[in-house]
Design a protein around this ligand. Sequence first.
Ligand SMILES: [Zn+2]
Length: 488
Amino acid sequence: MKFVLYCRKSTESDDRQVLSLDSQEKELLSLAERLGIEIVKIFRESKSAKEPGRPVFNEMLKFVSSGKAEAILCWKIDRLTRNPVDGGQIQWLLQNDKIKRIQTFEKNFLPNDNVLLMSIEQGMASQYIRDLSSNIKRGNRAKLEKGDWPNRAPFGYKNDKGNIKIIIDSVNSKYVVRAFELYATGSYGFKDIAQILCNEGLQTKTGKKYFGGSVYRLINNSFYCGLMQRDEKLYIGNHAPLVSKELFDTAQNVLHNKNRPRVKTHFFPLRGFLSCESCGCSLTACLKKGHHYYYCTNSKGVCTEHKTYMREKDLYPIVSTLFQKLDIDEKLIDILYDSAKEKLDLDEVYLKGVLATLQERLDALVVKESRLVDTFLDRQVSKEIYDSKILEIQNDKVLVTKQINDLKEKHAQEISTLEPTKNVFLRASRSSKQFLLADDNEKREMVENIVWNLSFKDQNMLQYKFKSPYSALANVPKNADILTLRRR
Ligand SMILES: [Zn+2]
């Protein structure tokens, strides 16, 4: 039986694993010798078999169908065909007895062999699947570029009916926000947060418990601040962020900061807010006989106060006086509201400056990108360097664009939240009683909202630092007249 030897290798990446033409030929020639196969002609082709129309392949089929040979020796069946047209030609020649045998490195096929037909079909099908998956990838990338998310919506979001837009899941989104807020304080571990969310009504689809690992994935997912990440590349999403970039970054800092507090075994509502006036150390807490006590850690070793233990219950009335300081009459709140409005007008000038700076930075990145492309096209940099640099630049572009969008949005929000803020002030003045009635978690949250630090000496609160905007409120003298207030 006369054989033709056919070797093929394309330059495409999915052929990288295939032996070179020389190696295929060498191995097959030695196989032919072992099997006593007579080879009348060798055909070598460097071309992909995805599309019909390979010149050498066609030449070989002509050679075979004219009767100059009746069998083919090749490395694997997929070297012969990967498209339906060429596959059909081979099948036709098999049916008409023009091809009497196909020998590959591993196996001998005869015309009636089902495996042969299957292999030919499989070759076509697997190529089809490969094309399909790379088409999907390409489609996904195009979607991402447009700001759409090509997959199932993450927890806290839903896919809309047409599967085009990502919309906020009104039930679960609040838990995402809550998780970020809790984690960003640095006082809770993933497990604590999962537990708190469960207590607050979070249920998974399957009705199972929400675990710490899920919280970890949530905190790590930039999707929630509006950035979609795919293969290290960032895209700005069209979906509404659930948390600000600021809050996301804070949470990330907590996550990556090695000094972050260890996950606590016991929950002390005031831990982290109290310090010792004598030595400046922060107070720590302990549990003794069912009561919480706070005391100076004396980490500098010079404190005279460190043997003083303050009972938590005794501290609460003292802390509640903070809220009384926020008690202020409504006329003053109106004045503060007006001055806040004035300040926003001033901010607008500053914002314009900042936005201009950011826009310049963005423009510079665009220039840098096109320069890099030029140097790459001139072959002054390697593909590896180009790839890593271009990714860096593109990610920077996305981040700066995000910054610009966020600033604009934040400003718009500030204007629209002025009214609600006023209500916060009104509420603050009524919080003193509320604080004493609140449970441990609420107490911690209330304190967290209004103060940075409280310092104690001789069991008395000596200093406190309010957070903005409460600082403005607390520092207003109770009997101040309108003129002094305006000056403030
Ligand atoms: Zn101390």
